[in-house]
Ligand binder design. Structure first.
Ligand code: FAD
Length: 596
C-alpha cells in the first residue's frame, strides 16, 4: 500500500520564521527515513530537518530562502507500507511515533561524498564497532525492531573491554589479589609456600574468562538476529559503508569487499593506546594489550604513565614477581580521586615500586640485547639511563574517529579524533550517531553502554537522552579506589560549598576482620541542599560499593535517606550508611562529634 504523506518542520524550539538555506531533495527523488530534507538557519545554529518517511518525493513545497516555522509543510512523499520512523503507518496515514527531535548542530563545513554504486547488504541500523558500546547499541536497536548489522574487524564481540581491557585485566588482578592475600595470611598464623607461576596456564585461564564472555555475546547476537559482518568498515557516503573483509585472529584482509546500505548508523569505533613517537619497536616494549598477553615475566619493568591502566598492570606484574618503576609527567599518580584516598593506596603499595618518578619525562629508549636503556628528564630523573627488561607504555588512549572515513559521511571529527554529539548521541549528520570512547571522556565501558542505549532508542523513535548526573571511576588496584561526582578538590576548585563526612574503616568490624582497616568511605554533600553530590571509597571492593553512592546522587538523597537505610552488618557496604550517619551526627561507631 502506498500513500501520500507530508513532511513538516518539527518542533524547533523557540524559532519561527527561519530561512531554508539548503534544499536536499527534488521531485522524483527516492528518500530514506532520516534523510535530510532541508537545512534551516536560525541566528544561533543550523538544523537539518530529517524525513520521517521513506518513499518518492512527489512535491517540494519550499524553495531556498523561504522562511518556515513549526508545522510548515516541506515536501509530500509517496510512502510505501511501514516506511515511517520506528512505527507502522496507521490507517489514517499518520505515524504513531512522536516527531523526531529537531537536530540542532554547529554549521557543518564538510560536504559528504555521494556513492553511486550498489550494495550487498541493506539494513535499518548499521553499528560500526562491536565493543561494549557497539554491541549494546546493536542489541538494543534489534530489540526495538530495527534490522541491525554490526561491523567489526576482529573475530569476536566485546571490543577493547572484553578482549584486551576491563575483563582480562580483572581476571589477572583477581589472581594477583589472591596471591597477595595468601601471603598476608601469615599474620593470622596460616602460612602458604611461596607461589610458583605457570605463565602458560595463567594465560589460558585469562583466555577462558574472555572466551566465556565473548562467546556468550555471539550467542545473544544470534538470538536477536543481529548479523556481524567481519571486516574493516569505512564510510563511502552518508548511507553506505564499505567493509574490507578480514579473517583469522587479527585484522588480515582477504581482499573481498562488501557494501552495506543503511538508514541509520551508530559509530562505536572506540579508541587505541597512544604510542610515544620516540620509542622504538621492540617485543619487550608493549602497550596494555601486549602486557595482557603475558609474554614474559620480566625482572624489572618500567611503566610509562601513572594512570589507572598503568597502575593496574603494575599491580599484576608486581604480584607475579616483577620489580616496578613508574614515570609520570604530572606531580601525582592516579589523577582523579581525592589525594587522601590515593595516599592510602600509595602506603599499601609502596612495596611494589623501586622508584616512582613524578614530574619526569621519558626522553629516549635504546633497545640493546641485554636490556632497554631509558633516559629521563625532570624532577625525579636519574642521572644515567636505567636498564629495564620490559616497558609498558600506558600514556593514554586516543579516539579512533579519524580512522573510519567519517568525512565521506559529512560527520565532523575534531583534531584529536573525537566525534562531537548532542544529548541524543547524534552527530552533526542527524541519522548518524556516535557513542563510547570515540565521543569523549571518560573513556569507560559503563559510559559507552549507557550512551549506546540512548542512541539506539532515539534511532528507533523513542524519546531518550543521555542525562546522567555522574559517571563513576574505579581503579581496580589493591586496594581499590572508587570515586563519583564531586571530590573535595573539585569542589574547592569551583568554590562550591560542601560538607564532608568520612567513616574510617578502622571502626568497621568487617574491615578489621578482613585486614582492611586502612580504608575509608567519604561522602560529600552540597552545603545548601544537604544532598549527596560525591563519594570516594578506598579499600577492597570499593568499586562494588560506589554504585550505591551513584544511585543516591541520581535520586537526590541526603544523609538521612542513606543513613536511615538499613545496611547489612557486618559488611564493607555498611560503611556508606555509616559515613551518612557521620554527616548526620548520629553515628555511634565513631567517637562523639566535638560539640560546636
Ligand atoms: P571499544 O571497546 O574500543 O570497541 C571499539 C570496537 O570497534 C573494537 O572492537 C574495534 O576493533 C572496532 N572498530 C574500530 N574501528 C573499526 C572499523 N573501522 N571497522 C570495524 N571495526 C572497527 N573501562 C571500564 O569501564 N572499566 C575497566 O575496568 C576498564 N579497564 C580497562 C583496562 C584496559 C587495559 C583498557 C585498555 C581499557 C579499560 N577500560 C575500562 C576502558 C574500556 O575498555 C573502554 O572504555 C571501552 O572498551 C570503550 O568501549 P567502546 O565500545 O567505545 O570501544
Amino acid at each position: 500500500m502506498s500513500e501520500l504523506q507530508e513532511v513538516k518542520v518539527p518542533d524547533i524550539g523557540d524559532y519561527a520564521d527561519v530561512p531554508v538555506i539548503e534544499l536536499f531533495v527534488k521531485v522524483g527523488d527516492t528518500i530514506a527515513v532520516d534523510d535530510a530534507i532541508v537545512t534551516l538557519e536560525s541566528d544561533k545554529a543550523t538544523m537539518d530537518v530529517p524525513s520521517e518517511v521513506a518513499g518518492v518525493v512527489k512535491e517540494v513545497k519550499v524553495a531556498l530562502g523561504d522562511r518556515v516555522a513549526e508545522g510548515s509543510v516541506l515536501i509530500v512523499v509517496e510512502a510505501a507500507g511501514a516506511a515511517v520512523r520506528g512505527k507502522e503507518v496507521l490507517a489514517s496515514g499518520k505515524p504513531e511515533a512522536a516527531a523526531p527531535a529537531p537536530i540542532t548542530h554547529h554549521p557543518s563545513p564538510i560536504s559528504a561524498a555521494a556513492y553511486g554504486g550498489g550494495s550487498d547488504i541493506e539494513c535499518d541500523m548499521l553499528v560500526l564497532g562491536a565493543g561494549p558500546g557497539g554491541y549494546s547499541a546493536a542489541f538494543r536497536a534489534a530489540d526495538l525492531g530495527l534490522k541491525t548489522v554490526i561491523v567489526e574487524r576482529y573475530a569476536t564481540f566485546g571490543g577493547v573491554c572484553l578482549n584486551v581491557g576491563c575483563i582480562p585485566s580483572k581476571a589477572l588482578l583477581h589472581v594477583a589479589a589472591v596471591m597477595d592475600e595468601a601471603q598476608h595470611m601469615g599474620t593470622a598464623g596460616i602460612r602458604f609456600a611461596k607461589p610458583t607461576v605457570d605463565i602458560d596456564a595463567l594465560r589460558k585461564h585469562k583466555a577462558g574468562v574472555v572466551g566465556k564472555l565473548t562467546g556468550g555475546l555471539a550467542g545473544m547476537a544470534k538470538g536477536r538476529k543481529v548479523d556481524m559482518v567481519r571486516g574493516y568498515g569505512h564510510f563511502l557516503d552518508p548511507n553506505h559503508v564499505e567493509v574490507e573483509v578480514t579473517t583469522g585472529d587479527g585484522q588480515d584482509k582477504t581482499g573481498e569487499k562488501k557494501v552495506i546500505r543503511f538508514k541509520q548508523c551508530i559509530i562505536a569505533a572506540g579508541s587505541a593506546a597512544v604510542h610515544l613517537p620516540f620509542i622504538p619497536k621492540d617485543p619487550r616494549i608493549v602497550d596494555s594489550t601486549g602486557a595482557l598477553e603475558l609474554r614474559q615475566l620480566p625482572a624489572k619493568m618500567l611503566v610509562i604513565g601513572g594512570g589507572i591502566i598503568g597502575l593496574e598492570m603494575a599491580t599484576v606484574y608486581s604480584s607475579l614477581g616483577t620489580r616496578i618503576d613508574v614515570v609520570e609527567m604530572m606531580d601525582v599518580l592516579m589523577a582523579g580521586p581525592d589525594r587522601d584516598a590515593v595516599k592510602v593506596w600509595e602506603k599499601q603499595n609502596a612495596h611494589r615500586f623501586d622508584k616512582i618518578m613524578l614530574k619526569t619525562k621519558t626522553t629516549a629508549v635504546e633497545a640493546k640485547d641485554d636490556g632497554l636503556y631509558v633516559s629521563f628528564e625532570g624532577d625525579g630523573a636519574p642521572a644515567e639511563p636505567v636498564k629495564y627488561n620490559m616497558i609498558l607504555q600506558s600514556a593514554g588512549r586516543a579516539p579512533n574517529g579519524k580512522k573510519v572515513g567519517a568525512d565521506k559521511a559529512g560527520v565532523i571529527v575534531t583534531d584529536r579524533g573525537f566525534i562531537p554529539v548532542d544529548a541524543q548521541m547524534r552527530t552533526n549528520v542527524p541519522h548518524i550517531f556516535a557513542i563510547g570512547d570515540v565521543v569523549g571522556q571518560p573513556m569507560l565501558a559503563h559510559k559507552a553502554v549507557h550512551e549506546a542505549h540512548v542512541a539506539a532508542e532515539v534511532a528507533a523513535g523513542e524519546k531518550s537522552a543521555f542525562d546522567a548526573t555522574v559517571i563513576p571511576g574505579v581503579a581496580y588496584t589493591h586496594p581499590e579506589v572508587a570515586w563519583v561526582g564531586y571530590t573535595e578538590a573539585q569542589a574547592k576548585l569551583e568554590g562550591k560549598k560542601v560538607e564532608t563526612a568520612k567513616f574510617p574503616w578502622a571502626a568497621s568490624g568487617r574491615a578489621i576482620a578482613n585486614g582492611a582497616d586502612y580504608g575509608f568511605t567519604k561522602l560529600i554533600f552540597d552545603a545548601e541542599t544537604h544532598r549527596v553530590i560525591g563519594g570516594t571509597i578506598v579499600g577492597p571492593s570499593a568499586g562494588d560499593m560506589i554504585g550505591e553512592v551513584c544511585l543516591a546522587i541520581e535520586m537526590g538523597a541526603d544523609a538521612v535517606d542513606i543513613g536511615k537505610t538499613i545496611h547489612p552488618h557486618p559488611t564493607l557496604g555498611e560503611t556508606v550508611g555509616m559515613a551518612a550517619e557521620v554527616a548526620h551526627g548520629s553515628c555511634t561507631d565513631v567517637p562523639p562529634a566535638r560539640k560546636k
